[in-house]
Design a binder for this molecule. Structure first.
Ligand code: RB5
Length: 145
C-alpha cells in the first residue's frame, strides 16, 4: 500500500518516527514534508497529502501536527477526503470499519510514539465494513456537492 505522510513543525518528530516504522513494515511512504522543525503552516501540508490521496496517487494519508485537529480540519476540505483525528486504538479501528477514513491525523503533543505507531497500524490494517456504513459514507460524500 502507498501512503502519503506529512506534518508541520509540531509533528515533525512523530512524522519521522512513523515514516521509519511504516517503511520497515513494507509500506511505500511518500513524504510531503515538512523537512525540519522550522515553523510552518499545517494547512499547506494537509492540502498536499489530501490532494495526493484524493487523486489516487496514494491509498491513505497520515498527517501529524500538534493535536491532529488542524490537519483534519484542513484535509477534510478536499473533495474525496475523510480525515479522522485519532488518539486511541478503538477509534483508529472504528474510523476504518465505519467511516472508511482515508486520512489519519495524529497529534505529537497528545499521543506518544508507541501509541501513535499502534494507531497507524490499526488504521492501515483494518478494512471498511461496508453495508449500512456504505450508505452513511455515501451521505457524507454527498454533502460535498
Ligand atoms: C502549531 O503550533 C499547532 O497549532 C499545530 O501543530 C496544530 O496543533 C493545529 O491544530
Amino acid at each position: 500500500m502507498k501512503i502519503a505522510i506529512g506534518s508541520d513543525h509540531a509533528g515533525f518528530d512523530l512524522k519521522e518516527t512513523l515514516k521509519q516504522h511504516l517503511t520497515e513494515r513494507g509500506f511505500e511512504v511518500q513524504d510531503f514534508g515538512t523537512h525540519d522543525k522550522t515553523s510552518c503552516h499545517y494547512p499547506a501540508i494537509a492540502e498536499k497529502v489530501a490532494r495526493s490521496v484524493a487523486a489516487g496517487e496514494n491509498e491513505r494519508g497520515i498527517l501529524v501536527c500538534g493535536t491532529g485537529i488542524g490537519m483534519s480540519m484542513a484535509a477534510n476540505k478536499i473533495h474525496g477526503i475523510r480525515a479522522a483525528a485519532v488518539s486511541d486504538c478503538f477509534t483508529a479501528k472504528a474510523t476504518r470499519m465505519h467511516n472508511d477514513a482515508n486520512v489519519l491525523c495524529l497529534g505529537e503533543r497528545t499521543v506518544g510514539p508507541g501509541l501513535a505507531a499502534m494507531i497507524a497500524d490499526l488504521f492501515l490494517d483494518t478494512g471498511f465494513e461496508g453495508g449500512r456504513h456504505q450508505t452513511r459514507v455515501d451521505m457524507i460524500m454527498a454533502l460535498e456537492k
